[in-house]
Design a protein. Structure first.
Length: 63
């Protein structure tokens, strides 16, 4: 799949690399400034559970 995309890009290899870098930067920009803030409306950080504390581990108040 990536080979087909690479062949579909115009120009020599350095132009293709430049296009890929610009596209990756645009995707990251869109995620950071539009998608992630929108998704954060639906996630309540206080309700997120990473895992149960280990037996014998100290309990931190307010955490």
């Amino acid at each position: 799949m990536y080979a087909a995309l690479w062949r579909g890009l115009p120009g020599p290899w350095w132009v293709k690399v430049l296009i890929v870098v610009v596209l990756a930067a645009a995707v990251l920009y869109g995620l950071m400034f539009y998608v992630f803030p929108w998704v954060s409306q639906f996630i309540v950080p206080q309700e997120v559970t990473v895992g149960l504390p280990l037996p014998g581990a100290p309990v931190v108040a307010g955490a």
